[in-house]
Design a protein around this ligand. Structure first.
Ligand code: TYD
Length: 137
């Protein structure tokens, strides 16, 4: 897969004088069914979140409020993506190391995930992750 598979997905947006409405349907707007939603808030501006990879999990990361940067890394290359729009989500496929940095004041990060929380799906150590991408793990 690799970082080229990580892409920005434009979500539907319905806007009128009352404001904007965005919705996400699993398997239709994003390439996986949604089993879990979690969100980060109350984030200090100098905080670094993420710092892990997933073996099998698919995710969509959305800046619901404010902005932040997502660094995606497939063990060979890394790319930094700015998120600031609640109607756009960054799709992150399995076997990608990600770091979330440069949070604005009051940023809220929502993540849609393809499975329940499972610590055995995580790579928490970068060297172990890189070894796994080379089939050495
Ligand atoms: P952590 O992986 O450090 O969060 P981040 O991805 O922002 O770096 O998770 C912090 C704690 O929350 C850790 O003990 C695992 C727990 N957690 C759950 O229990 N369920 C979840 O869905 C998530 C994402 C984390």
């Amino acid at each position: 897969m690799g970082i080229d598979s990580c892409r920005m997905i434009e979500l539907p947006r319905i806007s009128d004088s009352r404001g904007d409405l965005t919705f996400v349907e699993g398997g239709r707007h994003i390439p996986f069914e949604i089993q879990r939603v979690y969100y980060l808030y109350g984030i200090p501006v100098d905080a670094e979140r993420g710092g892990h990879g997933h073996k099998a999990l698919h995710q969509l990361i959305v800046a619901m409020s404010g902005s932040f940067q997502v660094v995606v890394d497939d063990g060979l290359r890394r790319r930094r993506i700015h998120l600031s729009r609640p109607d756009h989500g960054l799709y992150v496929c399995p076997m990608i190391w990600r770091e979330l940095v440069d949070f604005s004041v009051g940023a809220v990060c929502m993540v849609l995930a393809s499975n329940f929380y499972d610590e055995t799906d995580y790579y928490r150590d970068y060297a172990t992750f890189v070894a796994a991408t080379k089939g050495q793990q």
